[in-house]
Design a protein around this ligand. Structure first.
Ligand code: NAP
Length: 283
């Protein structure tokens, strides 16, 4: 497993395992346990995925030493604010059954995220969180947060895959020293990814599947990937990406697939902003 250095001196595996849309606790626990057995050492959950307990149980069942697994969770918008965010992180800690969380991200660039950020900074000082970052932050707000934070965000988790490559966002993050992490690295199965002829031709050349080519594209440009699957064979497939290198011809062909826009969720759409601000994950 390749790793990447964060701006706080800690390292992050270049690939992890995501658990969005595995709300069933038994299924989630089994998937995370199998992922750990397959060799994943970074697990990405969120308070809004409603499966932090299952992730915690899988970690304990795996028998792996705590410091060998990097656990990430996220605070939802409803819980943004200096007091509310602290309470939300302590709730996540309890659900996960952990004494500290490796990384906590603010899920969206909405609401009182400055108050939330100050709460995360305090929790880092207390040793309850190791690393803090954000998710779905667009370049302007990320730059603004970096200008005003006492502890700059180490990571920004954004949608990123061959059909939405985010080249400008990645350049901004590089300049700010923020490591990009790709959610939806397989485009959530969209754009005909599994049978896409360009990915297929490149895969054939290297003896790899379309999924492996898509994931390698991101890791090769320093973007952490966290694919989700509940199928064990796919967990292994998605992890077997560090034994080949895409050449310039491959990269140019993939670069031509960029549509420059999302087909999953547009965070700049006013209706989306309103929906996410009003979306509640607890009473
Ligand atoms: P994704 O990883 O791009 O795609 C997951 C889909 O691909 C599932 O339907 C899965 O089906 C299928 N799949 C996975 N590997 C495959 C393979 N090798 N061959 C064929 N099908 C395969 O989408 P995602 O789950 O949205 O993103 C990954 C993670 O990013 C999430 O789990 C979550 O942790 C995080 N995320 C974060 C945000 C955010 O706002 N911060 C938003 C979305 C996601 P099966 O499970 O049936 O195999």
């Amino acid at each position: 497993m390749e790793t990447i250095l964060l701006n706080n001196g800690k390292t992050l595996p270049l690939e992890g395992f995501g658990v969005f849309q595995i709300a069933d606790q038994t299924l989630c626990q089994q998937a995370v346990l199998e992922a750990l057995q397959e060799g994943y050492r970074l697990i990405d959950t969120a308070a809004s995925y409603f499966n932090e307990e299952a992730v915690g149980r899988a970690l304990r069942t795996s028998g792996l030493p705590r410091d060998e697994v990097f656990v990430t969770t996220k605070v939802w918008v409803q819980d943004f604010g200096e007091v509310k965010t602290r309470d939300a992180v302590l709730r996540s800690l309890e659900k996960l059954g952990l004494e500290y969380i490796d990384m906590v991200l603010l899920h969206q660039q909405m609401g009182d995220y400055y108050g939330a950020w100050r709460a995360l900074e305090a929790l880092v000082q207390e040793g309850i969180i190791g690393t803090i970052g954000v998710s779905n932050f667009y370049p302007d707000r990320l730059a603004d947060l970096c200008c005003n934070a006492a502890i700059p965000p180490a990571v920004n988790q954004i949608e990123c895959h061959p059909f939405y490559q985010r080249r400008y966002d990645l350049q901004v993050m590089k300049n700010l020293g923020v490591v990009p992490m790709a959610w939806g690295p397989l485009a959530e199965g969209g754009h005909g990814i599994w049978t896409h002829p360009t990915l297929e031709a490149i895969g054939k050349k290297h003896g790899k599947t379309n999924a492996q080519v898509a994931l390698r594209f991101n890791t090769q440009r320093g973007v952490v990937v966290i694919p989700k699957t509940t199928h064990r064979t796919r967990m292994a497939e998605n992890l077997a990406i560090f034994d080949f290198t895409l050449d310039q011809e491959d990269l140019s062909a993939i670069e031509a697939l960029d549509t420059g826009h999302t087909e999953i969720i547009d965070h700049l759409n006013i209706d989306t902003v309103t929906f996410l601000n009003h979306y509640r994950i607890h009473d």
